[in-house]
Design a binder for this molecule. Structure first.
Ligand code: HGY
Ligand code: MN
Ligand code: MN
Length: 412
């Protein structure tokens, strides 16, 4: 089977063009899920797809698909993609590389011919990042059946907007993009992503063959106290929600400090009400993002949160709500071996590598044979405007993806 050579220049140009949607002045991207910037990016993607002879379509969760029809259109398609939503201080490549590399690979497969048996669909999953609507990976979770569409519709953003309203707004903007049912069967799913860590660069490797994804549990902790006057209320009479939250967070930090530095414990968001300098805080709500590569340890650590919160709440009340519990996973060896064989055949230096970051491939893993390819990113920087990759690495990963898709789409 001939190898497909992709057009790295076209890929890089599109990465730069797509990064205009939600561009920040510091070179980063703020293109949060279901935002106007993402609507504009979707339209640009659909335009590129149509020009390449692919057909765009969407579903009730606003996942976006760009389809290359195979010679046997009734067979389950091969899927490849990632996400185009970003963190508020995101970079140009987290997610976008996976979607645009998949588009480039499919466009090159089409140009090289012959048409493969199975259709291949490029996918941009809705709300992977979870920065606006938490938890993230909504589109891939609903597509794969891990979450219910009705549940995600109710999730609100910090401004109180429901995801359901915003999904309807996106689908209305995508007027000329037809809808298909959620969760159609797939032959396999492959996702390219930047490593978001320093290992490939440090080891001098071009390709990462992802072995799996570490486990993750997220929570929302709400501490409730009582407003009071900052000048007149004695400490002994206060129900200071922020002071209680600080005590709880300190107890959690002590519990989750490990000398091997394996535990990943992050409090990324805190809301204080009424958030006025001269009022004792009545409410403090904060997020917890807890990750660990071992399932039992992740269970043990996550189960400490509720008792530690109750033990350190002082005179306040505290509620702990778990938003998700995703165990660690290992991708199928058949897919990993195939990706390694393709990288070797193409002469790229490659290594197996575990993913500390979460990806949509997590949910596709339980839906169809799934694998991931990592591209190195400079100094491992990500979820930061300075996120950067080398064009040659983007091209290399896309060449491996194109060949892998061709093999999967031609499989019996
Ligand atoms: O948080 C994550 O792991 C992903 O980058 N959204
Ligand atoms: Mn990502
Ligand atoms: Mn991310």
């Amino acid at each position: 089977m001939p190898s497909v050579t992709v057009d790295g220049k076209r890929l890089w140009e599109r990465l730069m063009l797509l990064s205009r949607h939600g561009a920040r002045t510091d070179g980063g991207v703020d293109r949060q899920a279901l935002s106007d910037a993402e609507i504009a990016a979707r339209a640009e993607l659909a335009g590129w797809a149509r020009a390449a002879g692919l057909s765009p379509f969407t579903d009730h969760a606003a996942n976006l698909f760009l389809r290359l029809e195979g010679t046997e259109p009734g067979l389950p398609p091969v899927l490849a993609g990632s996400h185009i939503d970003s963190q508020p201080t995101g970079g140009k490549f987290d997610g976008a590389l996976g979607v645009l590399a998949a588009l480039e690979a499919v466009e090159s497969i089409k140009a090289a011919g012959p048409t493969p048996r199975r259709s291949i669909e490029v996918v941009a999953w809705m709300n992977e990042e979870g920065s606006r609507f938490a938890p993230g990976m909504m589109g891939s979770a609903v597509y794969s059946g891990a979450r219910k569409l009705s549940d995600i519709m109710q999730v609100t953003d910090p401004g109180g907007k429901r995801a359901g309203e915003e999904i309807a707004r996106v689908l209305k903007a995508d007027r000329d993009i037809p809808k298909r049912p959620l969760g159609r069967p797939a032959t396999a799913y492959i996702e390219i992503h930047i490593e978001q860590g320093p290992i490939l660069e440090r080891e001098g490797k071009t390709i990462g063959i992802v072995t799996g994804i570490q486990g993750k549990r997220t929570f929302r902790v709400t501490v409730t106290g009582e407003e009071n006057h900052a000048g007149t209320s004695p400490r002994a009479a206060r129900k200071d929600a922020l002071a209680a939250a600080v005590a709880i967070i300190k107890a959690l930090q002590d519990a989750f400090w490990d000398k091997d530095d394996i535990i990943r414990f992050t409090i990324g968001r805190m809301i204080v009400e009424p958030n006025a300098p001269s009022v004792v805080p009545a409410k403090a709500e904060f997020s917890i993002d807890l990750r660990h590569p071992e399932a039992e340890e992740l269970c043990r650590l996550g189960d400490l949160i509720e008792p530690l919160a109750q033990a350190n709440r002082g005179p306040c009340d505290v509620g702990v709500r778990q938003l998700l519990h995703d165990p660690p996973l290992t991708f199928p060896v058949e897919i990993r071996d195939m990706l390694s064989a393709v990288a070797a055949k193409m002469g790229y230096s490659a290594m197996p590598i575990a993913s500390g970051a979460g990806h949509d491939a997590r949910y596709l893993h339980y839906f169809c044979p799934t694998g991931m390819i990592f591209a190195p990113c400079e100094a491992g920087i990500s979820h930061h405007p300075a996120e950067s990759i080398a064009p040659s690495d983007a091209t290399a990963a896309t060449n491996v993806l194109a060949e892998a898709l061709l093999r999967l789409a031609s499989s019996l």
